[in-house]
Design a protein around this ligand. Structure first.
Ligand code: PEP
Length: 275
């Protein structure tokens, strides 16, 4: 299965418009043993007709990755990891390398998730190295950015997003082709796991800001990059986000943990798209 399924369409003005394929990314965090991961997949695949209109990525714990790889591939789903180190190998106890992820069939890797920034002190310099390493190894980074509550209340959302984005991409040879490889996830920290999502229009506006910032690096890049929203997404609200022009899908924590609720998210997106 092609990574993005993006197609160019020529609009009335003659400009190339890129059809960005919608994405639904499950972030299981530190949940699910191998047995639980297998049970989830069994139920999810029973409940769902996987359609290629939406690309589904399961970011599982490291221990479940190898088990899931063949099953996901057979069913047209993509395998993702939640983190990685940026070097190929070395004396870095407890870390995992891009090569190790590739070996077990990982295609996507979350980088800079707010829980990594907050609990493991990940900062821009490290995140930048991870993004570069993922790309160098043919892994697709899902780069997470987002302001916390304090920053939001201080009206600093735009500034924080810009700093995180440029911090992560600094020094990278940002060519238009990268638009098909890098995925951005706008995840306001105050919305993650709180049951209080952002408003669809507000998230759409931040996604628009991210795309306009990326235009500074290249128009082709900006139009191709998929921008997801994450933060308390549920079946009842997912289309508030996916209906926004600039939002191409969702990164989902809590609602991805149970097969019926994750299947309900997919169903909502497919119905919205008339698929
Ligand atoms: C996340 O972990 O990236 C996330 C968005 O979590 P939740 O959906 O639970 O808010």
């Amino acid at each position: 299965m092609k990574v993005t399924g993006q197609k160019a369409k020529t609009g009335k003005d003659g400009a190339d418009r890129v059809m960005r394929k919608k994405m639904l990314v499950a972030n299981w965090k530190m949940y699910k043993t191998r047995v639980e991961a297998a049970e989830f997949m069994q139920h999810f695949l029973q409940e769902t007709v996987v359609q290629h209109a939406v690309e589904i990525v399961i970011c599982a714990p490291f221990t479940a990755l190898a088990d899931l790889a063949a099953l996901l591939e057979k069913n047209g789903l993509q395998l993702g990891a939640q983190n990685m180190y940026w070097l190929d190998e070395g004396a870095f106890t407890g870390e995992i390398s891009p090569l190790m992820l590739k070996e077990v069939g990982v295609k996507y890797v979350l980088i800079g998730h707010s829980e990594r920034r907050r609990y493991f002190d990940e900062e821009e310099a490290l995140i930048r190295k991870k993004v570069a390493a993922a790309l160098a190894h043919g892994l697709n980074p899902i780069l997470c950015v987002g302001e916390n509550e304090e920053q939001r209340n201080a009206g600093q959302t735009e500034k924080v997003i810009q700093e995180q984005l440029w911090g992560a991409l600094a020094g990278l040879d940002v060519k238009n082709e990268l638009g098909e490889k890098i995925v951005l996830a706008y995840e306001p920290v105050w919305a993650i796991g709180t049951g209080t999502p952002a408003r669809g229009e507000d998230a759409g506006a931040v996604a628009g800001l991210i795309r306009s910032l990326l235009r500074e690096k290249g128009r082709g890049l900006a139009e191709k990059v998929r921008i997801l929203y994450g933060g308390s997404v549920q079946a009842e609200n997912i289309t508030d986000f996916t209906a926004q022009n600039e939002i191409d899908g969702a990164l989902v924590g809590g609602s991805s943990l149970k097969a019926p609720s994750f299947a309900a998210l997919l169903k909502a997106v497919l119905e919205e798209r008339g698929a």
